[in-house]
Design a protein around this ligand. Structure first.
Ligand SMILES: Cc1cc2nc3c(=O)[nH]c(=O)nc-3n(C[C@H](O)[C@H](O)[C@H](O)COP(=O)(O)OP(=O)(O)OC[C@H]3O[C@@H](n4cnc5c(N)ncnc54)[C@H](O)[C@@H]3O)c2cc1C
Length: 464
């Protein structure tokens, strides 16, 4: 290990895992390498269906605007293809969203995104990628180990002879065995950072949601105070995914009755009302592996050439922020740029540093919020805590009608802008002003929820 491969494009690329990060990496490598072989342990369904190797398949997946742009760059025309297959387009400025301070105002243009199930997303991307020149997906093929073999890599699989590669890309997700394979090769371990709120998801699919529901979804954001939340999103074929989330002891249950009563207890009745009028078409699916985990492979000394890590295998995020797929797509865009240029020794190490830079902002967004939860271990540094406090102050301004605060938060959330925008002089001035005048009235509950969900009057807190 540690020796360099020649400064030329890798002839044979092997990608471990044919989920989103593996497919994006294969798309990036196609055209710059002679052949790209994707090894996937699952047998892949011929239609959009959940599968064992991606246990989160039944949970809702949102796609940040930055991710849709990166995907369009990697696979031009994919946005239209999703629409042709039934994805639901919507403007994020129209999505009813209850924060800890109240409802965000709706009706201001923000980002045009798409809503669909995770299986439809993956299936559509896989169809495109397997049609690219030089790409082959070998299914039912589990990678068991990795070893340096002269200047190449020998990838052992459970079901056949080993495969030789000039470049191996690990995209095998949260359960990646790379740390073990590297240890077996005598390499030092990469530092690992973890922050886990012990968040649980429970999701059920519904049909026949009443047409009075004019929004394409609704989000009841969970907070460190409530520890519970939920969301509903319209997806292809007139179906809706309705999800309950909760942390620690408040994780939602798997049984249908428990799921329904969990939704009844949320701070707004929208989700409970929505399912009361709709028809369930699946069981409740739960998922509880949601911690943030980041492997700092860029810090491993003498990192060998011809080995990369992408997607959740490199950094898995608390999924509530919807970042994983976007980060994997951004990594693939970088990979393509590097493979298209003449490769110099040390290129994989440099690329890992670039991936680390891509990961840093979403990691900071997710962990600075998650470290506020009583269910998380660890504490944040003072600058991070102050930054988070300022971001929450902006969210409060947004709820009370400050459109600049709303737009800036939305840009950073969709990874379309730098958090430096949080300190725009107009926002600092607005913050000073509310100290003198107080906040104006908060935004009302969105009218798009009114027909379906008349708000239940909440009891007033007892006077002191
Ligand atoms: C509940 C939940 C909700 C989520 N919601 C969102 C969301 O809203 N938006 C978003 O962007 N992201 C979301 N994510 C994250 C998203 O699912 C992942 O970031 C995304 O799937 C990219 O992961 P990946 O391709 O790196 O790994 P995975 O999707 O985990 O795939 C790994 C692949 O590698 C294969 N594999 C594993 N080991 C081997 C082996 N030894 N040999 C061969 N193949 C192997 C597996 O079978 C699988 O196909 C969510 C995740 C969870 C858990």
């Amino acid at each position: 290990m540690g020796d360099d491969i020649p400064a030329e494009a890798p002839r044979q690329v092997v990608v471990v895992g044919a989920s989103m990060a593996g497919l994006f990496a294969a798309a990036a490598a196609a055209g710059t390498s002679n052949s790209v072989l994707v090894l996937e342990r699952d047998f892949l369904p011929g239609t959009p269906k959940p599968r064992a190797g991606v246990p989160q398949s039944e949970q809702p997946h949102v796609f940040l605007f930055r991710g849709l742009l990166a995907l369009e760059d990697l696979l031009p025309g994919s946005g239209q293809e999703f629409l042709d297959r039934g994805a639901v387009p919507f403007d994020t400025g129209d999505l009813p969203w209850l924060t800890q301070h109240g409802w965000l105002p709706v009706g201001r243009r923000a980002f045009e995104v798409l809503s669909m199930t995770r299986p439809l997303f993956e299936h559509t991307v896989r169809r495109r990628v397997e049609g690219l020149p030089g790409v082959q997906i070998r299914e039912g093929c589990r990678v068991t180990s990795l070893r340096r073999c002269n200047r190449r890599w020998e990838v052992s699989v459970a079901e056949g002879p080993p495969v030789l590669a000039d470049l191996v890309i690990d995209a095998s997700g949260r359960s990646s065995r790379l740390p073990i394979w590297l240890a077996n090769a005598g390499m030092s371990a990469a530092p690992v950072a973890e922050v886990d709120t012990n968040l649980g998801y429970a999701t059920r699919m519904y049909a026949a949601v009443p047409s009075q529901m004019t929004a394409v979804g609704v989000v009841i954001q969970q907070t460190p105070a409530t520890l519970v939340g939920g969301m509903a999103l319209q997806v292809e074929d007139d179906r809706w995914l309705v999800t309950a989330v909760g942390c620690g002891e408040h994780r939602p249950p798997r049984d249908a009755t428990g799921f329904e009563s969990f939704l009844e207890r949320l701070p707004d009745p929208a989700l409970a009302q929505l399912i009361r009028h709709a028809e369930p078409v699946s069981e409740v699916a739960v998922h509880r592996q949601t911690g943030n985990r980041r492997h700092h492979y860029e810090q491993v000394p003498a990192w060998p050439d011809g080995l990369l890590v992408v997607g959740d295998a490199l950094c898995a995020f608390n999924p509530i922020y919807g970042q994983g797929i976007t980060v994997a797509a951004c990594e693939a865009v970088l990979l393509r740029q590097v493979l298209a240029a003449a490769l110099a020794p040390g290129y994989t190490r440099r690329l890992l540093r670039k991936f680390a830079a891509v990961v840093s902002l979403p990691w900071a967004i997710a962990t600075s919020e998650d470290l506020r939860y009583p269910t998380s271990k660890g504490h944040q540094a003072l600058p991070q805590a102050l930054f988070g406090q300022w971001a929450r102050h902006l969210a409060r301004l947004a709820v009370h009608g400050n459109s600049r605060a709303h737009a800036v938060l939305s840009r950073v959330y969709h990874l379309m802008g730098s958090p430096a925008q949080f300190f725009h002089p107009a926002l600092v001035a607005a913050a000073l002003q509310v100290r003198l005048t107080g906040y104006g009235p908060p935004a009302p509950r969105p009218a798009s929820l009114a027909a379906l969900t008349p708000p239940t009057p909440r009891p007033h807190p007892p006077a002191d």
